[in-house]
Design a protein around this ligand. Structure first.
Ligand SMILES: C[S@@+](CC[C@H](N)C(=O)[O-])C[C@H]1O[C@@H](n2cnc3c(N)ncnc32)[C@H](O)[C@@H]1O
Length: 284
């Protein structure tokens, strides 16, 4: 069939072309940013912060479904919360984010959430066997726990977090996703991990300091169980870090093995976030 089609402007997919600045400045604008629900979160170098409103408007025009664009001034403190400033759109950051069939109510200005880990969360959920006891030591608003509850059949998931807001959002997310076997527990997982039964699987998604919690977690893992360990380090340091965990575990009288490791994402020019599945193989 032959048909005359109406001419249409090609939709812009690179927001940078819509920012009205000299080319050398445009070249320094970040190519990537995070989208959580209908909120975009972008980082700018200190000397480019004045351009934030122009960047916000350009992002909104490029992605019309965005309602808010926020400037990320960095992740702070133990609770890993981002310092956000709305630079375009509605003056709010609370939103509903969807990944692999689960819906999560999140305010990224109050709780930590990383949308780039969705594949990793789905992978972990696919490993969980029927009837497992799972501990999610740094659960945030519950993305790992709810993904597991939705896609697998564990007996129970103890989902811990220090951040009161994260626990409140998690309770809401449990309701929204109609899952029944996630138990939110507010507090320091260093102590809480000793107050719940030993686990088949422990998730340690606190990449800046999970190493400090590893030995306590290991004492709470069943034989044959797995720890999902996340860490940020220089790329050449990951092997020595994992080897040290194995040696230190041997000192505690247990044999552990790194079953799988993966570089999940770049953190800085020389550093990355790594995940490692670490199995408790035997008592020495
Ligand atoms: C990197 S975030 C991960 C959140 C979540 N797993 C996700 O994927 O979105 C780490 C979380 O650990 C929590 N946290 C930090 N120290 C903690 C501690 N000692 N005990 C329990 N939670 C802690 C923070 O409040 C934060 O929500």
């Amino acid at each position: 069939m032959e048909k005359d089609l109406e001419e249409r402007e090609l939709a812009e997919t690179d927001y940078r072309t819509l920012v009205d600045v000299p080319q050398e400045v445009r070249d320094r604008l970040p190519a990537s940013f995070d989208i959580i629900g209908d909120v975009a979160i972008i980082r700018l170098d200190d000397d480019m912060v004045d351009l934030a409103p122009k960047v916000g408007e350009a992002l909104k025009r490029t992605f019309p479904r965005l309602r808010t664009v926020a400037l990320d001034r960095g992740v702070k403190g133990e609770l890993r919360v981002r310092d956000l400033e709305v630079i375009a759109g509605e003056p709010r950051t609370e939103t509903v984010h969807t990944e692999y069939g689960i819906r999560l109510l999140i305010d990224p200005a109050k709780v930590y959430f990383n949308p780039r880990l969705s594949n990793e969360r789905r992978r972990i959920a696919s490993l969980v066997r029927d009837g497992e006891k799972v501990v999610d030591m740094f659960a945030g608003v519950g993305p790992f726990s709810i993904m597991i509850a939705k896609h697998a059949r564990p007996e129970i998931i103890y989902a811990m977090d220090l951040n009161h807001d994260a626990i409140e959002y998690m309770r809401e997310n449990i309701r929204m996703n109609k899952v029944t076997n996630v138990l939110p527990i507010e507090g320091d997982s260093r102590q809480l991990v000793f107050e719940v039964p030993c686990a088949d699987r422990i998730i340690m998604n606190l990449p800046h300091s999970a190493r400090e919690f590893f030995h306590d977690a290991l004492t709470r893992l069943k034989l044959g169980g797995i720890i999902h360990f996340y860490t940020i380090c220089e790329r050449e340091d990951i092997e020595p870090i994992l080897e040290r965990l194995v040696t230190e575990a041997a000192g505690m009288g247990v044999l552990i093995a790194v079953l799988r490791q993966e570089e999940l994402k770049t953190y800085s020019p020389s550093m990355s976030v790594f995940s490692a599945d670490i199995g408790l193989v035997d008592w020495c």
